[in-house]
Design a protein around this ligand. Structure first.
Ligand SMILES: [Zn+2]
Length: 314
């Protein structure tokens, strides 16, 4: 599914392509992908409105329109949001088409889990999940301490914590596995058991994999295409994700696949041992801060898992 780098890539394309274009009409072919409002309200509200600016928050695309409205799109498993300057036959599984004064914007989604909302721009909290998003990992406000705080005292696996959109926004299965491999941390390690050194390594790894993902236009392993309909190329640089039984680029040992919280998880058993390598070599200060502090938040399923029953599994 599209994660932060893929959604960011789409937003960067569409920000340029859509700027100043006006909506002429809207066609909805599959009503269920329109979460709110209803089709009639959408078709009466949107015509004449121009695109002003696009932004990304977590995995949400937010398009601000003239007049104070915002179109919000979540691509979930397989959604695509593509601007096409020319018409032509619509691709299969296209569910909404915004016809513009020049070209068209289409929402295409084979698995039909993606959703579209139209809300007042000052009431984005009406979109489920958007209000509760955690830190933006590429924002300057995401600091080492932000990650340390998200991990601290949690018994849940480090992978589950990284996937929890209310703690850190935008990470999904691919970039989480890649970041954990770079930081040499086993995905099922309790989040609260990470040492200061491991936390620092993970912090750097998260930012690196996301920045590289954006630089390569995202990862196309299934349906992802960017805002112009092109595939990304970061799938060629993945070190563990989708590489079961292949050689780890770091040590040459075979990559393994396990399930963590219901999600297929790739890692190198040699580079990412399950034991805590630093235990016993911690400073007294680290030992104090690493003491597990039970938190009621730990009883909650990660947001990704809550969607799982209705959305299928990656
Ligand atoms: Zn390895």
């Amino acid at each position: 599914m599209p994660e932060l780098p893929e959604v960011e890539t789409i937003v960067r394309h569409l920000r340029v392509a859509l700027k100043g274009l006006r909506i002429v009409s809207v066609d909805v072919y599959l009503p269920k992908v329109l979460a709110s409002p209803d089709i009639v309200s959408l078709q009466t509200t949107l015509p004449g409105k121009a695109f002003l600016e696009l932004e990304r928050r977590g995995k949400y695309i937010i398009a601000h329109l003239a007049g104070g409205a915002a179109l919000v799109v979540h691509l979930r498993m397989s959604g695509q949001l593509v601007y096409e300057p020319e018409g032509g036959p619509l691709p299969k599984h296209t569910h909404i088409v915004w016809r513009l004064n020049r070209g068209r914007l289409r929402f295409t989604d084979p698995r039909q889990f993606g959703r579209v909302w139209l809300v007042p721009a000052d009431r984005l909290q009406l979109v489920p999940g958007l209000r509760d998003l955690g830190a933006e990992p590429l924002d300057s406000t995401f600091r080492l301490e932000t990650l340390a705080k998200a991990l601290s005292g949690r018994k849940r696996s480090v992978k589950a914590v990284l996937l929890d959109q209310t703690l850190i926004a935008g990470l999904g299965n691919i970039y989480t596995d890649e970041a954990l491999h770079r930081a040499q941390i086993h995905p099922v390690r309790p989040a609260g058991s990470l040492t200061a050194r491991e936390t620092r390594a993970l912090y750097q790894a998260i930012r690196e994999v996301l920045q590289e993902g954006i630089a390569y236009g995202g990862t196309s392993v299934r349906d992802y295409v960017d805002g112009t309909g092109q595939e990304g190329s970061y799938q060629n640089l993945l070190r563990v994700y989708g590489r079961n039984h292949q050689a780890c680029p770091r040590c040459g040992q075979p990559i393994a696949r396990i399930k963590v919280g219901g999600r297929g998880t790739y890692f190198c058993p040699h580079c990412q041992p399950e034991r805590t390598p630093e235990v016993g070599r911690r400073t007294p200060e680290e030992n104090k801060s690493a003491k597990p502090a039970p938190s009621p938040r730990d009883d909650r399923e990660p947001i990704e898992n809550r969607y799982r029953t209705s959305r299928g599994e990656t």
